[in-house]
Design a protein around this ligand. Structure first.
Ligand code: TYC
Length: 104
């Protein structure tokens, strides 16, 4: 019965609590560095995070001037995959770009 019902002397009491769990969400943050090109960061934001060119430029400049910037909020496994994809693409292109996760 896996904790969904309680049995009391023949009756079954239904639980009113929500049965489906909301996924825990994580922020994916991009970090600044001195070597990754602005164009490459914009490409990452468009291809991995599906940002428009204008939004990608805004986020890239926020990271460049403030040290880090929010790329999106996702369930843990999606967020983890985005970080891995960013790092893989950056290393394949010879850039030290870093991304990280933070609980929402
Ligand atoms: N600071 C980099 C430069 O001046 C640009 C940059 C922006 C790098 C955002 C990383 O996440 C980053 N070329």
């Amino acid at each position: 019965m896996a904790g969904t019902e309680r049995q009391t002397g023949g009756e079954v009491l239904e639980r009113t609590r929500q049965e489906t769990k909301k996924p825990e969400l994580y922020k994916v943050l991009l970090l600044n560095d001195d070597y990754t090109t602005m164009d490459f960061v914009i490409e990452i934001l468009e291809s991995v995070f599906h940002k428009t060119p204008a939004e990608a430029y805004r986020i890239m400049m926020a990271v460049h001037t403030q040290g880090q910037g929010l790329c999106g909020v996702y369930p843990f496994e999606v967020a983890e995959t985005k970080v891995a994809t960013v790092v893989d693409l950056a290393r394949s292109n010879g850039f030290p770009l870093r991304a990280t996760l933070e609980p929402e």
